[in-house]
Write a protein that binds this ligand. Structure first.
Ligand code: SAM
Length: 317
């Protein structure tokens, strides 16, 4: 990677949507108040860790999917497994006890679904790091998490799309680094580049640099993306990101990915359709300006988050 601060000619400043400017301010306040140590029960709940509440359950597509796709034994296990609801174990999470119980049951259902759907993907054998204070959900005597289960489903799709042993992964908008954790753990020779805005960049750097050799990691702001050499990326990943950006930022990132992934692959998981209420934008995955030369490999509705599409392409260059 080039390191000169003078060559920062990536995306122009001001690339952040109003939606993310508001979340940025909220996440910065939380970071100042709690530090990164509790981020898995703070900022992560606005990344890809879904909250579950009884009051919103009737309109939860995820819950309907889990009910439809769970074996009766899994439903019983999810509800009856030992659940730690003690306030001391849920510090910083001001949810009613009933919602904590629901969160644990839903996480177990996602976990069991991921085990069955992926044939117990190796991601499910990884330990959920205690770093960042994960919520206390256990199954069969071990700590589990929604994030590991969702990552197992995503990795299994990436592998079906031919990304088996990537040496350089680039992720746009990595949150705290849940996907990086899994890919870096499973591919020991892999280097990981994250492009993100603050404070996510500070949080993922804090997290991943304690779990992996910092030589395997590069963190870039949107203004620094020109540091990524052309055709250097085997696998580009972006999950729940592009729909939340302005159209011009999204287009710039897609052109950037086109440059850096020549002879590599691109995996996107994004809302099929979403209304961004802050910027007042209606966003549809099918309207994204996917570069014409990308060869489609897969495109399907996601399991669990059924209102998301996952798609993968090969960039022949
Ligand atoms: C909903 S979170 C998803 C996080 C992560 N992909 C995951 O699945 O856990 C959206 C991510 O996009 C990042 N983001 C928002 N606007 C961005 C921009 N203009 N450039 C890069 N990243 C951005 C946020 O900081 C955050 O990390």
């Amino acid at each position: 990677m080039r390191e000169s601060p003078d060559d920062d000619s990536g995306l122009p400043a001001g690339v952040i949507s109003q939606f993310w400017k508001e979340l940025q301010a909220e996440h910065l306040r939380t970071l100042r108040e709690y530090g990164p140590e509790t981020m898995k029960r703070q900022q992560a709940l606005r990344y890809f860790t879904w909250r579950w509440s009884w009051s919103a359950l009737w309109r939860s597509e995820q819950f309907r999917f889990l009910l439809r796709c769970s074996a009766p034994f899994d439903l019983v296990t999810a509800v009856l497994s030992k659940t730690d609801l003690d306030d001391s174990r849920w510090e910083g999470v001001a949810w009613p006890r009933a919602d904590r119980r629901l969160y644990c049951a839903a996480t177990r259902l996602i976990w069991r679904y991921a085990e069955r759907a992926t044939g117990r993907h190796p991601a499910l054998r990884l330990a959920e790091p205690l770093l960042g204070s994960p919520l206390p959900v256990s199954l069969r005597g071990r700590l589990i998490s929604q994030d590991l289960a969702n990552s197992a489903l995503e990795l299994s799709a990436m592998e079906r799309g031919g990304a088996s042993a990537p040496l350089h992964v680039l992720e746009i908008g990595a949150g705290y680094g849940r996907t990086a954790y899994v890919l870096l753990s499973l591919h020991e020779r892999c280097h990981y580049t994250i492009v993100d805005i603050e404070p996510a960049l500070t949080i993922s750097r804090w997290y991943l640099s304690q779990l992996f050799d910092p030589d395997r990691l590069t963190f870039l702001t949107p203004e620094q993306i020109d540091r990524v050499p052309r055709a250097s990326v085997d696998l580009a990943v972006s999950i729940s990101t592009l729909s939340e950006m302005t159209p011009s930022t999204r287009d710039s990132y897609l052109s950037f990915l086109d440059e850096v992934t020549v002879r590599g692959r691109i995996y996107l998981k994004q809302w099929m359709s979403w209304h961004n209420p802050v910027d007042n934008l209606d966003v549809h995955f099918d309207d994204f300006a996917i570069p014409a030369r990308w060869v489609p490999i897969l495109k399907e509705a996601c399991p669990v988050q059924t209102q998301f599409l996952q798609a993968m392409w090969r960039n022949p260059g």
